[in-house]
Design a protein around this ligand. Structure first.
Ligand code: XMP
Length: 397
């Protein structure tokens, strides 16, 4: 059923500790690894096929072919789904659902919420009200670049809220990552609610939630539970009484990029790296203070510039700097320094569910490190993160 030669080995990605001790009646083993007897099994008579590994990730080299075979040859599906048909359907569904009512949308400037907003604008025009909260946790000049772009290119009905001080004061003294995420999520919701109350009556909230956000925020039975609090899912208070519209809820990131291109968005938006809702707060490890954000912003700008200049920005999933909560000794001229450490995190991924560290050329790493240490005051060391997800995550907090 996999369409592969049974005798030929293939590489698959497996991350779980559970195993099938012996196949149930009717099943035969169709794949094994050195350490796992039942990596895949099938009951040909009943047409039931099971795998223990992740066929959907690109580390499983023949995974896509297995899924294709299953869908087209075994299940008899026809591959007639296209991004153009998705856009048409999503716009029609949103128009139908909203009718003549109003929708409010939180824009982050990232591709997900931008695409969600663009789809909705097509569906309902000016009855879409977008709110952009500048939480002070964005990259250098990002708030301005993003809002100018959205106004000029999409003519979105957009309100920008400057909440930089409010977020910083709420984060004062907070070190725990989950607490930071919760504080940021709640503050965001409060501000959003305050702004939404100034609008004409709205019934819907639009969000750029993607399928991986949905999966990672669901509590499954068992200890895998909630991996991290993703504030963009399910965090709204009951009192707002807004129904959710999540047009991208069933899509993976690469599909959202295709929708963005379909909608005529430029490469600078289509290929922008993902950026977490809690922003730089989860990349300044430990307490978030303005001077530490400032160090991180300047280091991060260099990472972005150098990845782009070397032609690596589009080859990787995400690349960014992290400011560590410790200092190390260095030497400058004939003096000893005792300064901050920047960690560089650059990963390859297709959907952020799994990721591996990018094998950047050493010359590029050297240039990034050299520039950060010489140009960013307060940093005397740069390290490169060589962990994969799982068991690590992409972000450090
Ligand atoms: P992790 O660190 O969980 O990240 O491997 C997976 C992907 O999600 C992004 N990320 C977030 N995105 N809100 C978001 O919108 C969040 O709270 C959040 N946390 C992580 C991360 O940058 C990566 O692309």
């Amino acid at each position: 059923w996999t369409g592969l030669d049974r005798a030929a080995p293939t590489r698959v990605w497996m991350s779980h500790g559970d195993k099938v001790a012996s196949p149930p009646p009717g099943f035969t083993v169709t794949g094994s690894t050195q350490t796992l007897q039942v990596a895949a099994m099938a009951d040909e008579a009943r047409k039931i096929y099971a795998v223990q590994f992740h066929p959907e990730v690109h580390h499983s080299v023949d995974g896509e072919r297995m899924l294709e075979n299953f869908l087209f040859k075994v299940a008899g599906c026809t591959p007639d789904w296209t991004m153009a048909s998705f856009v048409e359907r999503a716009v029609a569904e949103a128009a139908e659902k909203v009718g003549d009512r109003h929708v409010v949308c939180a824009l982050s400037g990232g591709i997900d919420s931008t695409v969600a907003a663009a789809l909705l604008q097509r569906a309902i025009g000016d009855r879409l009200h977008c709110i952009f909260v500048d939480n002070g946790l964005l990259r250098l000049n990002e708030a301005e670049e993003v809002t100018t772009f959205l106004r000029e290119h999409f003519h979105l009905n957009l309100t920008v809220v400057d909440a930089r001080e409010r977020f910083l004061s709420l984060l004062k003294g907070v070190e725990d990552p989950e607490k930071k995420r919760k504080i940021i999520g709640h503050a965001f919701i409060d501000i959003f609610q305050e702004e939404a109350e100034k609008l004409p009556h709205v019934d819907f909230l639009a969000q750029g939630t993607l399928y991986p956000d949905v999966i990672e925020s669901v509590s499954h039975k068992g200890p895998s539970a909630v991996i991290k609090s993703h504030h963009n899912v399910g965090g709204l208070p009951e009192t707002m009484k807004l129904a959710l519209i999540e047009p991208l809820r069933e899509l993976f990131k690469d599909e959202v990029r295709k929708v963005a291109a379909e909608l005529g968005m430029p490469d600078s938006i289509v290929w922008r790296h993902p950026f977490p809702g809690p922003g730089l707060a989860i990349r300044v490890l430990g307490e978030v203070r303005e001077e530490r954000l400032d160090i991180l912003r300047r280091a991060d700008r260099i990472v972005q510039e150098e990845l782009r200049a070397a032609g690596w920005y589009r080859k990787v999933w995400q690349g960014f700097a992290v400011l560590l909560p410790l200092r190390t000794v260095g030497v400058m001229g004939d003096g000893r320094t005792y300064e901050n450490v920047i960690a560089l995190r650059v990963v390859d991924s297709v959907d952020a569910m799994t990721a591996d560290w990018s094998r950047l050329p050493p010359e590029l790493l050297a240039r990034i490190s050299g520039r950060i240490i010489s140009e960013v005051k307060g940093v005397n060391r740069v390290v490169y993160d060589i962990s994969s997800k799982p068991p690590s995550t992409i972000e450090w907090e």
